[in-house]
Structure formats: C-alpha cells, structure tokens
Write a protein that binds this ligand. Structure first.
Ligand code: GTP
Ligand code: MG
Length: 243
C-alpha cells in the first residue's frame, strides 16, 4: 500500500482522464489515484475501468449516481482514503490546470517539512495563472482577498483546489458537517483546518486553464461562495465547539 493518494473528481473528462492518470503514474514518486466520477455521460468511468486493468493495485474508481458537486465528491473520496489508511491525501483536478509535476513538492512540504496542509498556491509569487481571461483572473484573485478579509486566514490562495492533506487533518474535521458543495468547499476545508490549528503552508504553483473538455463553473457556485463565506465565519464565532 502506497502512503499517498491523489483524489481526482471527474465529470465529463474523457479528453483528459487517460493522460492525467498516465502522467501521475509516470512521476518519480509513486502515488495511488482515486477517481470519483459522477456518472459522466461521456463515459469517463468506462475509460477508467479499462485503465484499471493496466494499474490494478494503484488506480481506483468510485462511481456516484449523478452530478452532485465537487465538494461532495471530495468528501466521498476523503472517507474512502481514510478507511484505506493513506497518510497523505491530495486534491487535484483532471484538466491539467494542476501540473502533476508539482505533486512531489506538495508531498515534501508535508512529509519532509512537517506541515499538515500544503496548498498549491497561485498567488504567493505574483499571479501565476496561464490562459485565463483577465476577468476570471481578477475574479479569482479578488475572491481570495475577500475570503482572507472575512475569515482572517493568513492564506493567499484561499480557493485553491490543489492541496495535500495529512490524514490527521481530515480525521479531525467533521466531514459530515461540511456545508458547501461547489467551489466554496475549498474555502471551507482550509478554514476548518485553520480553526483546528493545523500547520498550513503555501507552495507556489503555476495554474494553467484547461485546454480540453468543458468547464463546470456556474453562477450558483459563485453566489454560494460570496454569501456562504460570511455565514461560515459567523457560525464559527457563535458555534466554536462544533468545528
Ligand atoms: N465528481 C464530480 N467532479 C466534478 C464536479 N464538478 C466538477 N468536477 C471536476 O472537478 C474538477 C474541477 O472542475 P473544473 O470544471 O475544471 O472547474 P474549474 O477548474 O473551476 O473550471 P475550468 O477549468 O474552467 O473548467 C474537474 O476534474 C472536474 O471534472 C461534480 O459535480 N462531480
Ligand atoms: Mg479546471
């Protein structure tokens, strides 16, 4: 059993799935992969099953009945990975926005340098985003500032989705109480890690916009984040014990 697993949630990633799996497995350090697919109509899961014949001990698939959001896909994956006793549990997108070459740096930040959470951060050495239209870069950067302001967390890239967690962190957080289903899930996970006093470090990465497949970003995801963050902060002030 390897001690690190990369969780990749997928919805219609047929154009990326095989390449991302092969890329992760070609890295110097050997990590396992768990794909959490939400019954993608494009047959992403079928492709994963084919690949599992080639990587029987290291590639795993969890299939859910329909599109239920990135947050709940990760919660599902976290619980699965904790049950299997992995020590280092990663979040990564399927679309190559997160470069698999950075996995080892995130891993070292936790394993070697003793941090509990390592965030692949776009905003600690300027703005490291490639191919996003200017308005999206601005929106993401502003969102990160906004979250920093409201929550008080000393984290530059609060919405980052490229993260390595030590299993202790995920065990300490009550995963059944995570409220957000969309991208705000990323903020909530960091906030809860922060409230619990875990050591969080940001590792600079370059984020590249997807070149294949389609985006799942939507207006409801954004409004969940804008109002949800304030609610989350207020709840933490009045309800400290529950975190
Ligand atoms: N299982 C599951 N995966 C999802 C869901 N929504 C998004 N994903 C996956 O989560 C990852 C991030 O989603 P993206 O669509 O790339 O979101 P984004 O990076 O904000 O937007 P673009 O890169 O512009 O598409 C990808 O691997 C998606 O396939 C969902 O509801 N369920
Ligand atoms: Mg993406």
């Amino acid at each position: 059993m390897g001690n690190g697993i990369i969780i990749i949630p997928t919805f219609n990633e047929i154009e990326n799935i095989e390449r991302i799996v092969r890329n992760v497995f070609s890295q110097r350090r050997k990590f396992h992969i768990l794909i959490v697919d939400d019954n993608s109509p494009d047959g992403t899961a079928t492709r994963v099953r084919t690949l599992m014949a080639e990587f029987p001990e290291t590639l795993f698939l969890e299939e859910r009945l329909g599109k239920q959001g990135l947050g709940t896909a990760y919660i599902h994956g976290f619980k699965w990975a904790l049950k299997k006793n992995y020590d280092f549990i990663f979040e990564m997108d399927a679309d190559f926005s997160h470069n698999p070459n950075d996995l080892i740096r995130l891993y070292n930040a936790c394993k070697r340098d003793g941090n509990d959470v390592a965030i692949g951060s776009r905003y600690i050495t300027g703005v490291n985003v490639i191919n996003w239209p200017m308005n999206r870069v601005l929106m993401s950067w502003l969102a990160s500032r906004y979250v920093r302001f409201i929550t008080g967390m000393d984290i530059q890239d609060t919405t980052a989705g490229y993260v390595c967690y030590k299993s202790e962190v995920l065990k300490a957080i009550n995963l059944d109480r995570i409220q957000f289903v969309g991208y705000a899930f990323q903020i909530e996970m960091k906030f809860k890690s922060y409230l619990k006093g875990f050591k969080i470090i940001e590792v600079p990465v370059i984020f590249t916009d997807r070149t294949r497949g389609t985006s799942k970003m939507s207006g409801s995801i954004i409004s969940e984040a804008v109002f949800g963050v304030i609610k989350m902060k207020l709840k933490s002030l009045f309800n400290r014990k529950k975190f």
